[in-house]
Design a protein. Structure first.
Length: 428
């Protein structure tokens, strides 16, 4: 039996394990171990299982991950989300749908130091959803806005998804973060546009808010200062070459801790922050270890090379290849966690993208946006279920209905980035 055939059979077995609800990290590690054993030998596979986790855990390149998670957790524990939403709410005053605009804007700003879509959606939903419902917003618009707004966390740097993509494909983490700035801001602008169009077409979905004076708007901007300061420190420091992404993660976490302490963080909250960070980081590192073992198996099975040869034999135009890959991402994104999907698929499709001649940094932005779409599309839609857990009284169908305009805006953003790559690469 050829190595490629063993590879395809093992990959099929891994998909079956995932369908049976086996943890994705364990499915990747088990598939990699079994496949490597069959193609190479059992003893080298055991050695790989022994050394792989240690090499991964001790890799200095992965050290920003827990720091960026810690930064977001500190921001959440310091109740910065409540102040942020309150400040944004004063800016939009008496606009119809202004509270929804405030919510999605708050999600965009909060995600700039959170780096996690799920954390952004959960934190902002607890603050903004009760206020929106109290002010007469339709549950579909309120929940849909917050579920979609949370997805901005996967793109606006510092983003864990962009960080992992850079490490998997050996790209510059700094370049990936800088490339994500304009697409992230563009996503926020298009989401605000989606809200404006929705409430214009269906005014009964949202009520006008209370008018605010210029002075109140200026005072409300104070809620943005901590976020703006940390974001400017991280991105400005990386862009200016003052420190590395790893150092930026540590500085950002320290800055968030100082703000949290100033705002009265207790020792119990500090302990909870550390525990939550350890839990989330361990989960991600477990997936990275599984992906590493799976990657060794892909190398010896030569599936990626076979895939490149197969695509080349079809004589497809480069953009047709890109659309096929993005279609695969969209399908998998509907049923799989975003980070797990990146770890699973990027090692397979990246050689195909390189062979088609696309810029790897630009493709990383495109890939992450496509993964982002999966967070709000059925049947899974992780952010939708986060909102469902915060507001169990809202039917899941209503939340999916509410995110539909945002799905359309994400598709528009994807099209713009494909047509105009400089939107992602212009700052590099």
């Amino acid at each position: 039996m050829s190595a490629a055939l063993i590879g395809y059979i093992c990959v099929g077995g891994m998909l079956v394990l995932i369908a049976l609800r086996c943890p994705i990290a364990l499915a990747m590690a088990a598939t990699g171990f079994v496949g490597f054993s069959l193609i190479v030998a059992f003893e080298p596979a055991v050695s790989l299982l022994e050394s792989g986790p240690i090499e991964t855990m001790s890799n200095y390149s992965f050290s920003p991950i827990p720091m960026f998670i810690l930064m977001g957790v500190f921001a959440s524990k310091a109740r910065m989300s409540a102040e942020l939403f309150g400040g944004a709410r004063t800016l939009f005053g008496a606009w119809r749908g202004g509270m929804a605009l405030a919510a999605v804007s708050s999600c965009g700003v909060f995600s700039a130091i959170s780096g996690s879509s799920l954390a952004t959606a959960a934190s902002m939903a607890r603050v903004a959803l009760p206020e929106m419902k109290k002010n007469g917003y339709a549950p579909s618009l309120a929940a849909g806005t917050l579920a979609a707004g949370g997805t901005l966390g996967i793109m606006i740097p510092p983003s864990i998804a962009l960080l992992l993509y850079a490490l998997i494909t050996e790209q510059s983490v700094g370049d990936m973060f800088i490339a994500g700035v304009i697409p992230g801001v563009l996503g926020l602008v298009l989401y605000c546009g989606a809200i404006a169009v929705t409430v214009w077409l269906k005014p009964d979905l949202a009520q006008p808010g209370e008018s605010t004076t210029i002075k109140e708007k200026i005072v409300g901007l104070k809620g943005l200062l901590p976020f703006g300061g940390i974001f400017a420190l991280i991105i400005g420091g990386i862009y200016g070459g003052f420190f590395t992404p790893t150092e930026a993660a540590a500085i950002g976490a320290a800055g968030a801790l100082v703000i949290a302490l100033v705002r009265g963080m207790t020792f119990a909250q500090f302990k909870e922050s550390i525990e939550e960070t350890l839990f989330l980081a361990a989960m991600i590192f477990f997936m990275i270890v599984g992906a590493e073992i799976f990657g060794y198996f892909l190398s010896v099975s030569r599936i990626s090379f076979d895939l490149v040869d197969l695509v080349a034999s079809w004589n497809l135009p480069p953009y047709a290849v890109l659309l096929c890959v993005l279609a695969l991402f969209m399908l998998l994104g509907c049923v799989m966690d975003s980070i797990a999907m990146l770890l699973l698929t990027v090692p397979v499709v990246f050689p195909v993208i390189q062979a088609a001649g696309f810029d790897p940094v630009w493709f990383g932005i495109i890939a992450v946006i496509t993964v982002e779409l999966g967070l709000i599309t059925p049947p899974v839609g992780m952010n939708v279920f986060v909102l469902k857990s915060v507001a169990p009284e809202i039917p899941i169908s209503q939340i999916f209905k509410g995110v539909f305009p945002f799905v359309l805006s994400d598709l528009l953003r994807l099209a713009l980035l494909i047509l105009f790559p400089s939107l992602a690469l212009g700052l590099l």
